[in-house]
Design a protein around this ligand. Sequence first.
Ligand SMILES: [Zn+2]
Length: 214
Amino acid sequence: MIALPSPNFTERTLPVSIIVLHYTGMKTKEDALDRLRDPQAKVSAHYVIDEDGTVYALVDENKRAHHAGVSFWRGVSDINSASVGIELVNKGHEFGYTPFPEKQIDAVIRLCADIMTRRDIRFVLGHSDVAPARKQDPGELFPWKRLAENGIGFWTDDFLPAGGTAENLLNKIGYDTTDPAAARTAFCRHFLPEALSGQANVEGRMTAVLKGLS
Ligand SMILES: [Zn+2]
């Protein structure tokens, strides 16, 4: 792990219960590291993981890094206070979204596993899960199932009989449903990516996720 301190942090006001995963969404790793350490930009993350698996540590985990912005999950709106933020180097939807390399995923699994030995993590989420109307990262190519197979976060392949309307289910899972269509898309990016390009039983998967996350 390489220390590359960022001045962009404040004090936490909530216990840590969430890991939020992002992609950097910039043309180069250097651009992203510069921005996440620029006092003018005021943004940061606790960790950045390069495509080759190198981990950069920017903000002390005990401090509140500025990665989630305006966000919400299960009644919590100060997600920065309640989470550890991890950025994965990837150009993203704007500059050329590509699959996450094996070494990068191995590194995120190791890092999350380490964090979870030290902290009581209840949810491992994407930025788009906590800010569905604003964000798409880490996106539909992120291998959530592989993480879950390694004990990181939750995954299910099940479809259960729909236990309510999509909006109702998304609400109970934890999403901000102010923009119901955006919340539905965020859910699909994480839990049912095939629904983004075709027909799928989205409410059935939502019901299975709700059961698994409850
Ligand atoms: Zn993000």
